[in-house]
Write a protein that binds this ligand. Structure first.
Ligand code: NAP
Length: 199
C-alpha cells in the first residue's frame, strides 16, 4: 500500500492499513465504463490524497504513462517520483501555472483536485477545454455535485465522462467488504448518494 490509509482490514491477528479510493476509482472505470487501463496515457490533475491513490492504482493496473499536473511543485514532483520508483508506469510532472493544454495522445484525463466541490460548484480547473478531444475519457472525483462544470465542458467537446459518484460508492463498498467480509449493496448505496447529491 503506497497511499494514505482510509480503512483497515484484518489479516489473521494483524490490522492492515488500506486505501480504497484508488480501487474505487478503478472499479468505476472498469465495471461501469468498461475501460481497460492497460497502456493508457493518463493525465492526473492534482497530487493530493485522491490523486495519489488513483495514479498508483492506474500504474499498478498497467497504465503506460502518467502525467501529474499540480499547482504545488513539491507535491507533484513527489507523486511523479513515487510512480517512477515504485510502479512499472512512466511518470512526468507538469507545474500547473496557468491554462493547461492536454497533450495529444492522452486517453484519460482525471480531475483529482478539490475544484468544483460544494459549495464552490461553479469552479472549474484552469484548462484549455479545446484541447479535450472526443477520443478521451474524462473523469472527475467530485461527488457533490457529480455533474461538474469540468465534466460538462468535456462532454461538450465530445469526450466520454465519468463522475465521482461511482468512485465514492465503490470505495465505500470495498471498505465495507474489508470490515465485514460481506458484499455491500452497491446499487442501494448508489441510489442513496444520487438522491442526496443529484445525478
Ligand atoms: N469520489 C470519491 O470517492 C472521492 C474520494 C476521495 C476524495 N474525493 C474528492 O477529491 C478531492 C481531493 O481530495 P484530496 O483528499 O486529494 O484533497 P487534498 O489532499 O487536499 O488535495 C487537493 C488537491 O487539489 C489541488 N487544488 C485545490 N485547489 C486548487 C486550485 N484552486 N487550483 C489548482 N489545484 C488545486 C491541490 O493542489 P496543491 O497541492 O497545489 O495544493 C491538491 O493537488 C476532494 O474534493 C474530495 O472530496 C472524492
Amino acid at each position: 500500500m503506497i497511499g494514505a490509509v482510509n480503512t483497515v482490514r484484518r489479516d489473521g491477528d494483524r490490522l492492515v492499513g488500506e486505501n480504497t479510493d484508488g480501487k474505487g476509482f478503478m472499479r468505476a472505470l472498469g465495471d461501469d465504463a468498461d475501460i481497460d487501463a492497460t497502456g493508457v496515457h493518463a493525465v492526473v490533475l492534482g497530487a493530493g490524497g485522491a490523486a495519489r491513490a488513483i495514479a498508483v492504482e492506474l500504474a499498478l493496473a498497467g497504465a503506460g504513462e502518467i502525467t501529474v499536473v499540480n499547482r504545488s511543485v513539491e507535491r507533484g514532483e513527489m507523486l511523479a517520483r513515487l510512480l517512477n520508483e515504485q510502479t512499472p508506469a512512466r511518470a512526468d510532472f507538469v507545474a500547473w501555472q496557468d491554462m493547461y493544454r492536454v497533450p495529444e495522445g492522452v486517453d484519460l484525463l482525471i480531475n483529482a483536485t478539490s475544484i468544483g466541490l460544494y459549495p464552490n460548484v461553479d469552479d472549474t480547473p484552469e484548462l484549455d477545454f479545446d484541447s479535450v478531444t472526443p477520443g478521451m475519457v474524462v473523469c472527475d472525483v467530485i461527488p457533490n455535485p457529480p455533474n461538474t462544470p469540468f465534466l460538462r465542458q468535456a462532454a461538450a467537446r465530445g469526450a466520454a465522462t465519468i463522475d465521482g459518484l461511482g468512485m465514492l460508492v465503490y470505495q465505500g463498498a470495498i471498505a465495507f467488504k474489508m470490515w465485514t467480509g460481506y458484499d455491500a449493496p452497491v446499487e442501494v448505496m448508489r441510489r442513496a448518494l444520487a438522491a442526496e447529491f443529484g445525478e
